[in-house]
Each structure stands twice: as structure tokens, then as C-alpha cells.
Write a protein that binds this ligand. Structure first.
Ligand SMILES: [Zn+2]
Length: 424
């Protein structure tokens, strides 16, 4: 009765429930990590009254409720262990010690995360320590260029030069500036788009030839430059000039610059990351479902696409995409430390429903505060040990296979697709 024996768990390979060994857990705890999507530490971060912003993307009163969330209560206990203080004092001590020396506190906490290399998205606006400040890890940092931010910077430069008044062909002037800014130096290993935040992930793969898109670009460019010129003029008039800034969110324009960016990605063999799923309230989450990227994944088979942020709550969709398309990769990141212990294990399991381990990457999406780097790595390792440990227990993986899966997810896949020479 082989079928009955199989169901009873008495067929050969599944005959005993295997408890993962200490060696397996210590392999996961010590494994090198490449964080394929992170941001820099904010200057002056230590000037704060509580830790809520590290554990919730919500804003205002909605954020204050985080102190009653599972993820926050869990993290405070682990923070107490890290700081070697009672749980009741952990949050206050964390703030106090950072105030004493915010750079040393951040550096120590990032080191304690055990991460080996950070790939920075430098596209956030704000006052940050430069990416080179973070070079105290095993491998030097690398950079990811955010397409929308590069476009906004180019528009600002053109507005400051008053290009509208002097150029005959605004589109080609912008296009040349944009493509030149995207040319990678040795530190650039990939690109990113936040189309999900701006006009949605349903990016037209034919935007460069679609007449409705191409025909609209001159007017959109003129309008952005008009907005910037007005800001410059009012800054001059008031004597309080701020750097002018425009937020590119017109769908036709976003689709157009993403397709221009893709040309550059394919030319250099570098991946394009997309924000997918959960983010702050700035976005319409319905437009962040990675399934919207199917036409793009099909139209550009030579483009490596990374679906960032576990695509939460669309984790199964992300795993499906990574499983079905040779050129699509599913990132596990950003959920930790916002989501509960259970949510992190469920999300990783759901990615791995269909995605092979060779298609899943690690990131923290850590930003601004040192706790986000520390808990990003700690809670990822915890979820990875839980999920792979279950497969060992069930007999689906032996320990050496589980360690092989972990190595792929922790660093081998990122080293390969971002062409990180330090790992060769
Ligand atoms: Zn991010």
C-alpha cells in the first residue's frame, strides 16, 4: 500500500519527522547577506520621541497605534536583548544611546545585522548620510538609480538653465540629459522604478512608439518645466529660494521614461527593480499588484525584473511571476519589521509556493533609522529558518539542500543578477 504509507508518513524518505540540527540554524544565523534594496541613514535621526516610525509606514495618529501591534511588541523585546536592558526600558534607552553618538549607534546596529553588502536606492528626498558613509561592511556599497528621481533631477537642471526659452526640441534635449544621467559608473548595479506610486504598474511596453504617448510628451514636459520655472521665480521674488521640485506622475510620461530606462538596462544587462505591493499611503495599493507587469515581462525578455517588497499582500502573485517568467525575480523585503512573526513566515512560504529558490532575493528596505537594518536582517533570517526548517522536518529538503536554498536567497542570486564582482 505505497499510497497509504505515503499519507501515513511511513514511506522511505518521509519515515521520521526530522528535527533541524543546531548546525542548520547556525548556518542561517551566520550566512552572508546581500541587501538588494535599502536606503541611507537620515542625518539627525536621533532627535525623536519614540520609535514608531521604524515600525509602521502609517502616518499621524494611525502610526501611534503601532505600539499595540504584534510586530512592535516583538521588536521591543529583541531590542531589549540587543541593548542589554529590561524590556520596559528598551525604547527609551534606544533613543537615549542614539542621542549620545548617532553615527556610532547606527554603525554598530547595521554591523550587528550581519549584512555584508548594501545596494542603495538613493532616490528619496531628504538629508542623509552619503552612501559611502556606510562602507564599514565586508563589501563596498553599490547604487541603484531610481528612474523617476533621475528624471526629476534632469527637469530641475533644465529649468534652472531656462531651457524652454533656448531650445527648439525639448523632447530630445530632455531625452539626451536623461539617458546621459542613467549611464552607469562602476558603483551602479541596477535601476528602480516607483511607477506603482505614481501612475500604477500597468506600464505600456510600447510607450516609445505609441503615438498617443509620444504625442503627449512635449506638452507634459512643458508643463513640468512651467511648474519648476514658477517655483524658481517665486523663490527669487521672496528671497527664500528652495531647490525647485516637480513630482513626475503623468502616466504617459512615467511609462515613457520607464521604457527609456529599460533600453539602458538591457544595453548594460542590469536589472530593473519595481516597487510592488505595500508602501505608504501615498499610493493606491490596487495599482501595485505585480500581475500588472506581465505585458512588460513578456515584451522585454532580456530585461531582468525584480519585484520589490514581497509585493505584500500579493505574495503569491509575486511567486507566480518569478516561477513563470525566466526574467522575473521575487524580493523578500520591506515587510520586516512592520509585519508580525507569522506574517513574515507566511509571506516567505507564499513566495516559495511557486518561485524556485533561484528566483528569490533578500532585502530590508531599511531606511532612515538603524533599527530597520537590524530587524530587517534578524527577522528575515528567522522567517527563512522557520520555512526551510519546516521543509526539513517534513522530509522535503535535507539539511544540505536547505542550506543551498538559503545561500541562493541570501546572496548568490543577488550576486549573480546584479553582477557583483566582489562575490565571484
Ligand atoms: Zn525602499
Amino acid at each position: 500500500m505505497p499510497v497509504l504509507n505515503h499519507l501515513r508518513g511511513t514511506s522511505s524518505a518521509h519515515s521520521t519527522l526530522h528535527t533541524p540540527s543546531d548546525a542548520f540554524y547556525s548556518a542561517i544565523a551566520q550566512m552572508p547577506l546581500i541587501d538588494n534594496h535599502t536606503h541611507m541613514i537620515m542625518k539627525g535621526y536621533s532627535d525623536r520621541e519614540n520609535l514608531h516610525a521604524s515600525f509602521s509606514e502609517a502616518e499621524g495618529d494611525a502610526r501611534d497605534d503601532v505600539k499595540r501591534a504584534l510586530a512592535y511588541r516583538r521588536a521591543v523585546k529583541d531590542l531589549a536583548t540587543y541593548l542589554n536592558v529590561p524590556v520596559t526600558e528598551a525604547a527609551a534607552k534606544c533613543i537615549e544611546r542614539a542621542k549620545q553618538d548617532e553615527q556610532a549607534f547606527a554603525r554598530d546596529m547595521i554591523k550587528a545585522s550581519g549584512v555584508s553588502q548594501l545596494l542603495f536606492d538613493e532616490g528619496l528626498y531628504g538629508d542623509f548620510y552619503p552612501s559611502s558613509w556606510h562602507d564599514f561592511l565586508a563589501k563596498p556599497h553599490k547604487r541603484i538609480l531610481r528612474l523617476e528621481r533621475v528624471a526629476e533631477d534632469c527637469l530641475r537642471v533644465l529649468a534652472l538653465k531656462d531651457v524652454t526659452a533656448t531650445t527648439g526640441n525639448l523632447v530630445s534635449t530632455f531625452e539626451q540629459a536623461f539617458m546621459a544621467a542613467l549611464e552607469p559608473d562602476a558603483s551602479v548595479v541596477g535601476y528602480k522604478s516607483v511607477a506603482a506610486y505614481r501612475s500604477g504598474l500597468e506600464v505600456d511596453p510600447n510607450a516609445l512608439t505609441n503615438n498617443a504617448v509620444v504625442g503627449a510628451i512635449p506638452g507634459i514636459l512643458a508643463s513640468y518645466l512651467g511648474t519648476l520655472s514658477a517655483q524658481i521665480a517665486s523663490g527669487k521674488a521672496s528671497g527664500k529660494a528652495q531647490p525647485p521640485r516637480v513630482r513626475v506622475a503623468e502616466k504617459k510620461f512615467v511609462d515613457w521614461i520607464v521604457n527609456l530606462g529599460i533600453r539602458n538596462c538591457v544595453k548594460h544587462g542590469l536589472p530593473l527593480q519595481f516597487h510592488t505591493g505595500h508602501g505608504d499611503t501615498d499610493m493606491d495599493l490596487r495599482l501595485g499588484n505585480p500581475l500588472h507587469l506581465q505585458p512588460l515581462a513578456k515584451a522585454y525578455p532580456d530585461l531582468k525584473i525584480v519585484l520589490l517588497h514581497t509585493s505584500y499582500p500579493f505574495c503569491r502573485e509575486s511567486g507566480w511571476m518569478a516561477g513563470m517568467f525566466l526574467n522575473v525575480f521575487a524580493d523578500f523585503g520591506e515587510l520586516q519589521p512592520f509585519a508580525s512573526r507569522d506574517a513574515l513566515a507566511v509571506a516567505l512560504r507564499e513566495l516559495l509556493h511557486l518561485a524556485p529558490a533561484s528566483k528569490v532575493l533578500y532585502s530590508s528596505d531599511a531606511h532612515l533609522y538603524p533599527e530597520t537594518y537590524y530587524f530587517g536582517a534578524l527577522y528575515f533570517r528567522d522567517a527563512l529558518a522557520t520555512v526551510l526548517g519546516e521543509s526539513i522536518a517534513q522530509g522535503d529538503l535535507d539539511e544540505s539542500e536547505a542550506v543551498e536554498f538559503a545561500e541562493l536567497i541570501c546572496w548568490r542570486n543577488s550576486a549573480r543578477i546584479y553582477q557583483l564582482k566582489e562575490w565571484a
